[in-house]
Design a protein around this ligand. Structure first.
Ligand code: SF4
Ligand code: SF4
Length: 170
């Protein structure tokens, strides 16, 4: 068992500290330059669609298919193509390049109905707990992955590493 996996298995929920310690995480300053993938894949499972799904060669798994994915943050353009291809829903895009107090998080979303652009929703953390208000700034439905939408939300910058889902306001 890898050290990364041990913490996840305590309660089944990925922790940001574990993500930061992995090679799928960009450096702390990279997202300030523009959108970049954050790969929260900490379990050594046989899987590599992220590698083949990145058109810029920014993710490598390598010959041993149970390797954890490695992000090349310089090659990553933050396009989000890897988000819907990951069967584990483990890839997000963070963008801290805005000058204001808000950051953007792009996430996979497999529920209906889809939110509208401009909708105010609640951002949820990895455990599904509501953590802050969020505004939906983009909704994409890639034709090749019609069961997984790609949603971009705007959240206060302090929540950028924790906002990993959305819930509609009730
Ligand atoms: S966001 Fe785009 S460029 Fe970056 S790793 Fe994903 S697919 Fe590759
Ligand atoms: S596609 Fe997702 S689950 Fe599979 S190796 Fe890549 S990040 Fe991990």
């Amino acid at each position: 068992m890898s050290g990364l996996l041990k913490d996840v298995e305590k309660d089944g929920i990925v922790k940001w500290e574990d993500v930061m310690a992995s090679k799928g995480c960009p450096s702390s300053s990279r997202a300030e330059k523009g959108p970049v993938a954050v790969i929260e894949c900490l379990q050594e499972i046989p899987c590599n669609p992220c590698e083949t799904g990145c058109p810029f060669g920014a993710i490598s798994v390598g010959d041993r298919i149970t390797n954890l994915p490695v992000l090349n943050e310089e090659k990553c353009r933050g396009c989000g193509n890897c988000v819907p291809v990951c069967p584990g829903l483990a890839i997000f895009i963070e963008d801290l390049s805005g000058s204001g107090d808000e950051a953007k998080v792009t996430l996979p979303y497999e529920y209906l109905p889809l939110p509208e652009r401009g909708a105010v929703v609640k951002a949820t953390d990895r455990a599904g707990r509501e953590i802050c208000d969020a505004t939906v700034v983009d909704v994409r439905k890639p034709a090749a992955f019609n069961k997984t939408a790609v949603i971009t939300i705007s959240v206060p910058k302090e929540f950028v590493h924790e906002a990993r889902g959305i819930a509609f306001l009730r």
